[in-house]
Design a protein around this ligand. Structure first.
Ligand code: HEC
Length: 200
């Protein structure tokens, strides 16, 4: 039997902590900010990490043959058919393209599907190097902007579904806010909260 406890203090975004030694797996549904406040310095805010999967690319590769580019063939509002977040998760988990996906990866795919269901743009941070951040946006037609404490950051688009931010010196990841807009639909991603939008 799997040893573990699960603590859900708030629905999302997910952040998992594995304590070394006992094999216990503690799952906090808390923002990293709130979690950092609880555990103090052991999880400093600078521990922000990108998402464990590139959901937009993965979707196009594994799911779009049945559901259309950027979810075009999924019914708008399909999310409402499911009584709970875990039911929606189960459906995604049962998809042929989801075989072998780790739980953390599945969480990101489910978030993307929520955005598709709501007809809103989806944003995810997927990579970090010394002075740049990269991620994905869907649909590719959405406009992406980024700020850090009201300072506008330069955003480039290596391809329709990708964004890149060159980081000025002394910028804190925790201060970065990215928005995607398309028509009236808008997504806001605060890196201090989660590496992807639509966590709930
Ligand atoms: C071989 C075709 C096929 C592939 C590939 C596939 N799906 Fe599906 N998907 C279906 C079918 C058929 C349904 C409806 C039946 C069901 O609910 O099980 C469905 C239902 C869904 C739903 C619920 C839609 C609704 O209206 O309730 C979501 C969300 C979804 N798929 C996401 C995904 C994701 C994400 C992937 C890739 C990881 C994926 N699917 C890959 C065939 C596919």
């Amino acid at each position: 039997m799997r040893k573990g406890i699960r603590i859900d203090l708030a629905p999302q975004p997910p952040l998992r902590v594995s304590a070394s030694g006992g094999g216990w797996r503690v799952r906090f549904g808390l923002t990293s900010l709130a979690l950092a406040a609880i555990v103090g310095s052991t999880l400093a805010l600078s521990s922000l990490r990108p998402a464990p999967v590139k959901p937009v690319e993965t979707y196009e590769r594994k799911c779009s043959s049945c559901h259309g580019k950027e979810g075009a063939m999924l019914e708008r509002g399909f999310e409402k058919k499911y009584a709970s977040a875990s039911e929606l998760r189960e459906v995604v988990e049962s998809m042929p393209g989801a075989i072998g996906m780790r739980a953390e990866e599945l969480d990101v795919m489910v978030a993307y599907m929520r955005a598709v269901s709501r007809g809103e743009p989806f944003l995810v941070w997927t990579e970090r190097s010394a002075n740049r951040l990269e991620g994905e946006v869907s649909p590719g037609g959405a406009t992406v902007r980024a700020t850090a404490k009201r300072q506008n950051l330069k955003v480039t688009r290596p391809s329709a579904n990708r964004w890149r931010i060159e980081l000025p010196r002394d910028i804190k990841l925790e201060d970065i806010e990215i928005t995607a807009q398309r028509g009236a639909g808008r997504a806001t991603l605060r890196l201090r909260e989660s590496p992807y939008s639509h966590t709930k």
